[in-house]
Design a protein around this ligand. Structure first.
Ligand code: GDP
Ligand code: MG
Length: 299
């Protein structure tokens, strides 16, 4: 009949571009969250999910590319690699440049990789708050001459200008497809989840089952410091009693040190960078029976 059930739309989008043009700022703005770091995902080997945007009737998964973390690999090599990876694995490509650096040599390098893909692509000219409209026009003109981009959108990721237009442009280019991720899934959440699971695993390993069922791990902060090649994590272990706390601390703090050390080692392997782990223990009497505590701990 004429029951026109709207089709759900979904897709993967990569954000590529020279370092420092504002890719992370843009993603944080779009996702309305601080996207600190990214969890490793099975469906791709190199690229990682940066964040998931849940729109009305559609869903967009933004992919992180190694090029975004400029300091972790030699710049050009990583950018070329990330561009190539991104082209294979995504449905739409966003290339970002910055208004005040329209002739950055990295741009032509990325464009070269572009030649081989026919995927929909948008060019975002960022940081328009830093220059005049007059300066913007010739930039847009010269890039539209390339006939490479389906749309060129000036934005200010910092101020939020043009973001709505970008989302509209993305939405109109999505293909029908199922929701790729559960509605409540955000990247920072899964990062926290991943981190807390890893720490919990270590508690289990080191205390030999005495504690895991009455302990929980919450992650307060995950902070990516790519300039220092470091991720700083603040996490808390919640236990029910002082005696459990005592077990977890161990003789001269040996137990908690061992838990921290092996957790850190694993986290470093997963994230591929140095990890600073701030781990504290907190006694929350009867947390397993206290509804508010349960909610806060994510159970
Ligand atoms: P990325 O390396 O491409 O991820 O760039 P970042 O998102 O880390 O941004 C690099 C710098 O540019 C940061 O200092 C941002 O605050 C700044 N920045 C990002 N977007 C804008 C913008 O729209 N306007 C201005 N003025 N600065 C911006
Ligand atoms: Mg960045």
């Amino acid at each position: 009949m004429n029951s026109e059930k709207p089709t759900f739309l979904s897709g993967f989008v990569a954000v590529i571009g020279p370092p420092n043009v504002g890719k992370s700022t843009f993603l944080n703005r779009v996702l309305d969250a601080k996207v600190a770091i990214v969890s490793p995902k099975p469906q791709t080997t190199r690229n990682r999910i940066l964040g998931i945007y849940h729109g009305e009737g559609y869903q967009i998964a933004f992919l992180d590319t190694p090029g975004i973390h400029k300091t972790r690999t030699p710049l050009h090599k990583s950018m070329v690699a990330s561009a190539q990876e991104a082209f294979h694995e995504v449905d739409i490509i966003i290339m970002m440049i910055e208004m005040t650096r329209p002739d950055d040599p990295d741009i032509s390098l990325i464009l070269k990789n572009f030649e081989r893909t026919r995927k929909p692509s948008l060019l975002l000219v960022n940081k328009i708050d830093k220059g005049s409209k007059k300066a913007l026009l010739p930039i847009i003109e010269s890039f539209s001459k390339l006939k490479r981009f389906d749309a060129i959108i000036p934005i200010s990721a910092l101020k939020g200008d043009g973001i709505g237009q970008v989302m509209k442009a993305l939405r109109s280019r999505l293909q029908p497809g199922p929701a790729l991720f559960p509605k409540d899934m955000k990247t920072d959440q899964s990062d926290s989840f991943l981190v807390s699971e890893m720490i919990r695993e270590k508690i289990y390993l080191h205390t030999r089952q005495e504690l895991p069922y009455s302990s929980a791990v919450t992650v307060d902060r995950i902070e990516d410091k790519p300039d220092k090649n470091l991720i700083a994590i603040t996490a808390r272990i919640h236990v029910e009693s002082d005696s459990q706390k005592g077990i977890l601390i161990g003789q001269k703090g040996r137990m908690i040190k061992a838990v921290g050390r092996s957790s850190r080692r694993d986290l470093e392997r997963v994230f591929g960078t140095h990890v600073y782990l701030d781990l504290t223990i907190r006694v929350e009497k009867n947390w397993s029976r206290d509804a508010r505590a349960l909610r806060r701990l994510g159970y």
